[in-house]
Write a protein that binds this ligand. Structure first.
Ligand SMILES: O=C(O)CCC(=O)C(=O)O
Length: 287
């Protein structure tokens, strides 16, 4: 599991971004009926547009169990678990905070599946794995698990990016991200946004700006499609699909899981090989 780079994976300061970088006028349409309702047309939709939404993938019980598991880890009840990152502006005060306030200062937890069976149950859900296998035509292998929880008022932006820019995986690998809403994700609290079809337009050069990201001016924001989800709703997206999420300045929590899968048979490349594709060094480009 050493395919990740240090990026998202690193700290993001709450830096302002252009007001028109995210658009809110187009909403993704999802399918209903759970994982078993996914048809071959839906799988083709994923391949054509680079994403697929299931409105009701997980049950209320699965969601409440996952939330309980997440809170267990956030509250430090699993002694071996330390993979917690705080919102940059709140990190200093975290030791003086009470339970709820401290949870709402967390930006992200990661590498949790081996520490929390209730979260592992989401990542290994047979319905989820079945859809992934149909998309990949190979056995899906989880290689990254995180939860960007984007707390009320302080939740940072995750700038537009392609996940493949973070992973040392061969070009052409069908990497699939899975985003599971545990709270309702809305336009106001920083739901995901995708650019339909962008996975077919090739790798983009990434720059270290507010994060490891596509240059703001290189994102075709006219095609921005937002993906609001009810708890238990799930978004699948291709590793080359441009996606990002704006800040959460609302009073609402936006807790969610992000799981990344690769086909079991795929190999690895070096960081140097990845950066030759996604990095700007030695290329006549600026941002
Ligand atoms: O949860 C978010 O706001 C962004 C997640 C994301 O971009 C990712 O998992 O690659």
């Amino acid at each position: 599991m050493n395919t990740t780079t240090t990026s998202e994976q690193s700290t993001t300061a709450a830096i302002p971004y252009p007001p028109d970088l995210y658009r809110f006028d187009t909403t993704a349409k999802g399918i209903s009926g759970g994982f078993t309702a996914v048809t071959e047309t839906d799988i083709e939709y994923f391949h054509q547009y680079g994403y697929l939404v299931i409105n009701d993938a997980f049950s209320d019980r699965e969601v409440s169990d996952a939330l309980a598991g997440m809170i267990h880890l956030m509250d430090g009840k699993c002694p071996d678990f330390r993979a917690i990152q705080f919102e940059p502006s709140l990190a200093k005060a975290k030791d003086e905070m009470e339970d709820d306030e401290r949870r709402d200062a967390i930006r992200k937890i990661f590498n949790y599946v081996n520490h929390e069976p209730r979260l592992n149950a989401m990542a290994t859900h047979s319905g989820l794995l079945d859809v992934l296998e149909r998309i990949m035509e190979d056995t899906p292998q989880l290689f990254q698990d995180m939860a960007l929880v984007k707390p009320p008022r302080y939740g940072s932006e995750k700038p537009w990016h392609q996940d493949c820019a973070y992973f040392n995986l061969p070009e052409g690998t069908t990497v699939v991200g899975v985003w599971v809403a545990l709270d309702e994700a809305t336009a106001e609290n920083g739901c995901m946004h995708v650019i339909p079809g962008s996975h077919d337009e090739g790798p983009m050069i990434h720059f270290k700006r507010r994060d490891w990201q596509i240059c703001d001016t290189d994102v075709p924001v006219g095609r921005d499609t937002m993906v609001p989800l009810k708890p238990g709703g799930c978004l699948f997206w291709h590793g080359l699909t441009h996606h990002g999420s704006p800040v959460n300045r609302s009073e609402q929590r936006r807790r969610a899981l992000q799981l990344h899968y690769k086909p079991a048979s795929c190999g690895e490349v070096t960081t140097q090989e990845r950066m030759a594709v996604y990095g700007s060094e030695g290329k006549d480009v600026d941002c």
